[in-house]
Design a protein around this ligand. Structure first.
Ligand code: GDP
Length: 325
């Protein structure tokens, strides 16, 4: 069971790697809200985390007490399926360089963010942390998953060999402000927000959604995820990864209906079954997280509505900016 730890010192220097991404930027907001006074964000435009020496130089010059690793090459099912080499190599490099540098800088607390895709394709539902390495992975994102599994093993190894109090967290599918709303490369929720919104604007009567609509997914708002990350750094210190989710899932068909309603699309939804469905179901068992005293706070309908508002205000005007990120 998780061991309660003293709360992080709010004046400690906290480094957020991947600070311009969906998760990293939410973690920065949360650190500020929780009164952390010495926070440094780094991201790929600032230091190339696939470059070992550059990463080492930057981290040893910052000398953080805490590192939150939200840096990764990420993408939806199509991007993962099309570019497994980059998803494998870049993610292995980024995390290895960060861990090597964090160890050299004597970082006491580190949180590595993985993904629920590390679990076998046909896991028991909801998926407990103990399902790790018990069966074959989903093929569309196995390269990314293997990189993240290597990260979990690395964290565990630094703990065992060097006594580092480092931890791994496995978030379920994340969404929210700051996401990538690319039409083909992004994850399902931002992709659908964009597609339905464009249909409303153009007056289209039909929107095509990928797959069969039957896969089930669980979605966590990024502000909930950021809160859970800091909660775990305060209260969790165990070699096992810990799942971060909301405890509920829904079908992609139900998600499409929810997004259509939030965007105001009243036309027809059709399914492109030539596109892969991916894993049939991904619902995380969050009892370990709950045992630390944390509960999600943002319901999906509310989170989708606020993300639609953010998209419309920030990216949808003028046309074309939605590729940003
Ligand atoms: P996954 O959880 O790793 O499979 O990541 P995604 O968010 O990319 O896909 C989740 C599910 O949504 C899959 O079954 C997709 O086939 C389905 N889906 C439906 N429409 C889309 C879309 O426009 N983009 C993406 N990425 N997925 C979609």
């Amino acid at each position: 069971m998780p061991t309660p730890q003293p709360a992080l010192d709010r004046s400690a220097t906290v480094l957020v790697a991947g600070s311009s991404g969906l998760v990293g930027s939410a973690v920065l907001r949360r650190l500020e809200a929780e009164g952390f006074t010495s926070v440094v964000g780094i991201h790929s435009k600032d230091v190339d985390l696939t470059d070992a020496q550059a990463t080492l130089d930057r981290i040893t010059s910052i000398r953080p007490a805490v590192v939150i690793d939200a840096a990764a090459r990420v993408g939806g099912i199509a991007a993962n399926d099309a570019e497994p080499v980059e998803f494998l190599n870049d993610n292995l490099r980024i995390q290895t360089n960060l861990f090597t540098a964090a160890h050299a800088a004597d970082v006491d607390r580190l949180l590595f963010l993985g993904s629920s895709c590390i679990y076998p394709k046909h896991s028991p539902q909801p998926i407990p942390e103990s399902a790790l390495l018990t069966g074959p992975l989903e093929e569309t994102n196995d390269a990314y998953a293997i990189a993240k599994i290597a990260g979990v093993l690395a964290v565990r190894s630094y703990r065992r060999q060097y006594g580092r109090r480092w931890i791994s967290a496995m978030p379920t599918n994340v969404y929210g402000p700051g996401d990538t709303f690319h039409p083909t490369r992004s994850h399902v929720l931002p992709a659908l927000i964009r597609r339905f919104h464009e249909a409303v604007r153009s007056g289209a009567e039909e929107v095509v959604v990928w797959g069969s609509g039957t896969p089930r997914r669980e979605f966590i708002h990024v502000d909930d995820l950021a809160a859970a990350c800091l909660h775990l750094l305060d209260h969790y210190d165990d070699p096992s990864p810990v799942n971060i989710g909301v405890g509920e899932d829904l079908s992609i068909a139900d998600l499409a209906a929810l997004v259509a309603e939030a965007v105001g699309f009243t036309g027809r939804i059709t399914w492109d079954t030539a596109r892969p469905d991916g894993t049939p179901r991904k619902l995380l068992d969050i009892s370990r997280l709950r045992a630390t005293g944390w509960e999600p706070g943002i319901g999906l309908p509310e989170g989708v509505r606020s993300t639609v508002r953010w998209y419309v205000d920030t990216l949808a005007e003028p046309c074309g900016r939605a590729d940003a990120g």
